[in-house]
Design a protein around this ligand. Structure first.
Ligand code: NAI
Length: 277
């Protein structure tokens, strides 16, 4: 893959999975406005008017041949936002997130494309909030099968770079919402404009190799730091603090409020003893 200077748009086409989802729609508009030629893909139709230069092709991530069939030979990057976005049955998580993401990496290998992956803070959700900052060098502490599937994808990226030289940038997204609504978001919020900045940086990074970046805005009360943001060129501009006066106290159990992953940690939690032991 040719080396590119930071800030140059890449000439190749870009495949966006999960394009019909909440964040996919934000990215479709933002990346098309930045001049990228997008192939949008999802299980379900794209609900908005197609942005300029974009096409849509349906494919199920669990079907490697169907995915390959809609991906042009000259694709330069695959932005992988498709899949299950919360705790669900093991079957669903495995088929969409484990097999689906493996199919995406195999496709990237076949096309010699870069992968930009929607990872999650739920890879490390079981760090208590008293333990911060958490860096990308700290061990995984996934808070469910969903978080485990995200950790798998990061390790897949590590292996594909070491073994095949396939570049990947893993965005450990916190809470990507139009506005922060509860106190946890003061640490975890990622604004939509910062999401677009983050993905543009990942598309344009000169030599990302295998990289992990916290997908959060420049929140004053952030819990996470120590990542590859500088190497990737991500410079967030928003801060959840701007909304601190208007957001509500976090709801949820004591377990949810104890851990960084919030309600994903308390879901199905059965541990009887002191969680910090
Ligand atoms: P979403 O659920 O709105 O979008 C996911 C899309 O993937 C949907 O349009 C769905 O139809 C598609 N999809 C599901 N299974 C598929 C399959 N087998 N084949 C093809 N397409 C399939 O989720 P959202 O919120 O837009 O999240 C996008 C990505 O970002 C997800 O991977 C999620 O885990 C990740 N993420 C999101 C965060 C957030 O704050 N929204 C936080 C952390 C990570």
């Amino acid at each position: 893959m040719a080396m590119l200077t930071q800030g140059e748009p890449r000439a190749e086409r870009v495949l966006l999975t999960g394009a019909s989802g909440t964040l996919g729609r934000v990215l479709a508009a933002g990346l098309a406005a930045a001049g990228y030629r997008l192939i949008l893909s999802d299980l379900v139709p794209f609900p908005d008017p197609l942005p300029e230069g974009a096409t849509f092709a349906a494919a199920d991530l669990t079907d490697a041949d169907a995915l390959a069939a809609i991906c042009p030979e000259d694709v330069g990057s695959i932005i992988h936002f498709g899949g299950i976005n919360t705790e669900k049955s093991l079957d669903l998580i495995y088929s969409a997130n484990i097999y689906g993401t493996t199919h995406v990496f195999e496709l990237a290998k076949a096309r010699r494309a870069r992968v930009i992956y929607a990872s999650s803070n739920h890879t490390i959700g079981f760090y208590p909030r008293t333990q911060q900052p958490v860096s990308i060098d700290d061990p995984y502490r996934p808070d469910g099968y969903y978080g485990l599937s995200k950790a798998y994808a990061e390790l897949l990226g590590r292996m594909f770079f070491d073994k095949h030289g396939i570049e990947s940038i893993h965005l450990r997204i916190g809470s990507c919402l139009p506005e922060p609504t509860e106190t946890r978001h003061l640490a975890t919020w990622l604004s939509y404009p910062d999401l677009i900045r983050l993905v543009l940086a990942a598309l344009q990074a000169g030599d990302p190799r295998f990289a992990v970046v916290w997908g959060i805005s420049r929140n004053a009360r952030r819990w996470w730091s120590g990542d590859d943001a500088a190497r990737v060129g991500y410079e967030p501009q928003d801060d959840a603090e701007t909304y601190a006066h208007s957001i509500r106290e976090e709801s949820g159990s004591a377990v949810a409020r104890h851990f960084q992953g919030g309600s994903m940690c308390s879901r199905g939690y059965t541990r009887p003893d002191d969680p910090d032991r």
